[in-house]
Ligand binder design. Structure first.
Ligand code: NAD
Length: 485
């Protein structure tokens, strides 16, 4: 069903500080619906003083929150997850307005995955304990402590999921957070702040500031901030990591990639084609872990390209609020221009356009290039749009060495019916996440993050706990103190 042409998603105010909606005092920030270009909200950025206000509120609220029993903190997160599930439809529509992603995606992927994170960490928190090291009389025990104030900075492709993935482990471990969503998609994080308060979170524990890169930079270097978790591009990650280092702050960096997907001759053709589609065209290709270098063994290559072109031609592009739409617009005009430039480069470099192309307006259709070689720009650079490069190979050894010849290492996939080969290749691929006979599934139970330039640290799973807490050792002397003089 299609939506009415007019949409407004104006929030109560631009910022959320110390439990209240607060007007931003900085430059204007218009929020556009990527499908129509219509202004759906008029916000204002936070000033440097307002960033400081938010971190001060977080620092003031953190000690009491951190002193609560983990099971009590978990209860608040669990209630928030319940509210998200109750308001699923309203939140999915807001996410679609903010991002332009089809409602059939935002109903199942975005907020639902955020609610999973809240539930998962709510349950996990009370199980986090220290250790005891016996020393034959004396002993040492460890305490896992919160870090203090965490800064979260998000990308625009999964704004609400990113906010939840960062807030859930941070808050449940007793930290407070100041979150800055992407300037392109600022609305979901404000909703999360309201929902957390409604669920019983004390004011100041989760705050939201808005703004472009400069606001993020001010947040990262605020003296009250102990940890920075960024989801964004490698270039931004390098800047933020360096700025955080000055204050010896902890970091988690979830950055970009150019991930490989290797398809062997013995793979199930339909499954491999389906995975290549999911790995390149879901969310109109705006996914960090996308397998944009698809290495296909020569024996299966012609059939693979035929099926890929046939299935890609069936895609339903259009109004994201229409339940039938499978492929939405690109986030903004600048990103559309970058993707079209990449497509032009591919053609100029001699890659063969199998299907798709530059598209029209805000839309770029699923685009597949064949005959791509490793040295081509489209095979080396993250495009962050629906552009797949298909490369051919003969041997496993060759595929592996070419797949790993990249400075990135976020994700990778392998399709084969040979069990040993599947595990051997998954082990040899240089990536934080690898999939065998599937792609792009990121359940909350599994660690997610990159190696090489794609990042540091892990989100999700029990592993995330380590990135939102620190260990204290307590040595307990049980005898007399034996001093030399
Ligand atoms: P971006 O790097 O342009 O911006 C990310 C965030 O950083 C934004 O909120 C932005 O305002 C902020 N920022 C920019 N400069 C800053 C600075 N100097 N200091 C502090 N903050 C600053 O990324 P984007 O265009 O929003 O998102 C796309 C990129 O994100 C892609 O490269 C994609 O691969 C990556 N991404 C990674 C993951 C992951 O989990 N690994 C997930 C989603 C997206």
């Amino acid at each position: 069903m299609s939506d009415s042409p007019s949409h407004s998603a104006q929030p109560a105010a631009s910022l959320f500080i110390d439990g209240r909606s607060v007007d931003g005092q900085g430059p204007a920030l218009q929020v556009l619906y990527p499908y129509s270009g219509e202004v759906i909200a008029e916000l204002r950025e936070a000033t440097p003083e307002q960033v400081a206000e938010a971190t001060a509120a977080a620092a003031a609220a953190q000690p009491a929150w951190g002193a609560m029993r983990p099971v009590e903190r978990g209860r608040v997160l669990m209630r928030a997850a319940q509210i998200i599930r109750e308001r699923a439809e309203e939140l999915a529509r807001l996410e679609t307005l903010d991002t332009g992603k089809p409602i059939q995606e935002t109903r199942v992927a975005d907020w639902p995955s955020g609610a999973d994170a809240l539930e998962y960490f709510a349950g996990l928190a009370p199980t986090v304990t220290g250790q005891t090291m016996p020393l034959g009389g004396d002993f040492v025990y460890t305490i896992r402590e919160p870090l203090g104030v965490c800064a979260g900075i998000g990308a625009w492709n999964y704004p609400s999921q990113i906010a939840c993935w960062k807030a859930a482990p941070a808050l449940v471990m007793g930290n407070a957070m100041v979150f800055k969503p992407s300037e392109e998609t600022p609305l979901g994080a404000l909703k999360l702040a309201e929902i957390l308060i409604e669920a019983g979170l004390p004011p100041g524990v989760f705050n939201v500031v808005q703004g472009r890169g400069a606001v993020g930079a001010a947040l990262v270097t605020d003296p009250r901030v102990d940890k920075v978790s960024l989801t964004g591009s490698v270039a931004t990650g390098q800047k933020v990591y360096a700025a955080a280092a000055e204050g010896m702050r902890h970091v988690t960096m979830e950055l970009g990639g150019k991930s490989p997907l290797i398809v062997f001759d013995d793979a199930s053709l339909e499954d491999a084609v389906g995975a290549a589609i999911l790995a390149n065209f879901y969310s109109s290709g705006q996914i960090c872990s996308n397998g944009t270098r698809v290495f296909v063994q020569n024996g299966i290559l012609p059939a693979f390209l035929d099926r890929l072109a046939a299935r890609s031609a069936e895609v339903r592009m259009g109004d994201p609020m229409d339940e039938a739409t499978q492929h939405g617009p690109i986030i903004n005009a600048g990103q559309v221009a970058k993707i079209r430039d990449a497509i032009a480069r591919g053609q100029h470099e001699g890659a063969r356009l199998v299907c798709g192309g530059p598209g029209e307006g805000a839309f770029v259709p699923p685009t597949v290039f064949a005959d791509v070689t490793d040295d081509m720009w489209i095979a080396r650079e993250e495009i962050f749009g629906p552009v797949m490069s298909v490369l051919s190979f003969d041997t496993e050894e060759e595929a592996l060495s070419r797949a790993n010849a990249t400075p990135y290492g976020l994700a990778a996939g392998v399709f084969t019916r040979d069990l040993s080969r599947g595990h051997r290749v998954a082990a040899a691929l240089q990536a934080g996440t690898t999939w065998i006979n599937t792609y792009n599934l990121t359940p909350i139970e599994a660690p997610f993050g990159g190696v090489k330039l794609s990042g540091i640290g892990r989100e999700n799973s029990a592993a995330a706990i380590e990135h939102y807490s620190q260990l204290k050792s307590v040595y307990v002397g049980m005898g007399t103190v034996d001093a030399p003089y």
